[in-house]
Write a protein that binds this ligand. Structure first.
Ligand code: UDP
Ligand code: MG
Length: 148
């Protein structure tokens, strides 16, 4: 496996719960470096654009309202097999199905199916989505990959 970069977001529920530091510790302990980071709030239009692949899904409006409801922490994670590693740290989309020790299981307890949007973190799911999602949030000069 080679060095990759992936886009991670701590959603408004994670920021509100004050677990940015705990989540960053998990990334770093797993060998992923924070190569870029910023806190921001998405407008509904930006949220619709970021999640455009889901526009026809029943949960789309709930997801957009939620992700634009407060500040998010956005970061580029870099390391060996970063895309897959971050997805493993996150756990399954539905926190009820996420394995113990994953971010979604540990920090989104008690979330029922209609609230699946409140699952703490986002992570790119492929090299193609990682590249597009990193470009959505960061300019090349805002990304600092160690050893480069
Ligand atoms: N989502 C939801 N209900 C669902 C599936 C997804 O609210 O039944 C939300 C959830 O916040 C999820 C996001 O939409 O993280 C994007 O869905 P995706 O299938 O891409 O899941 P992910 O890649 O985040 O695990
Ligand atoms: Mg996804």
């Amino acid at each position: 496996m080679s060095t990759e970069s992936t886009l991670s977001i701590i959603k408004p529920d994670g920021v509100e719960k004050r677990i940015i530091g705990e989540i960053y510790s998990r990334f770093e302990r797993a060998g992923l470096a924070i190569a870029a980071a910023k806190m921001m709030r998405l407008t509904p239009d930006q949220a619709r654009s970021f999640y455009a692949v889901h526009k026809d899904r029943s949960f789309f409006d709930r997801l957009i309202n939620f992700i634009a409801s407060g500040p998010i922490m956005v970061q580029v994670l870099t390391g060996n097999d970063a895309i897959h590693k971050n997805r493993d740290l996150m756990g399954a989309t539905n926190p009820k199905e996420a394995a113990p020790g994953t971010i979604r299981c540990d920090f989104a307890r008690g979330i029922d199916d209609e609230e699946t949007h409140r699952n703490i973190v986002h992570g790119s799911d492929s090299r193609e989505s990682a590249e597009a999602e990193i470009g959505f949030f960061f300019k090349p000069e805002e990304i600092f990959v160690q050893g480069r």
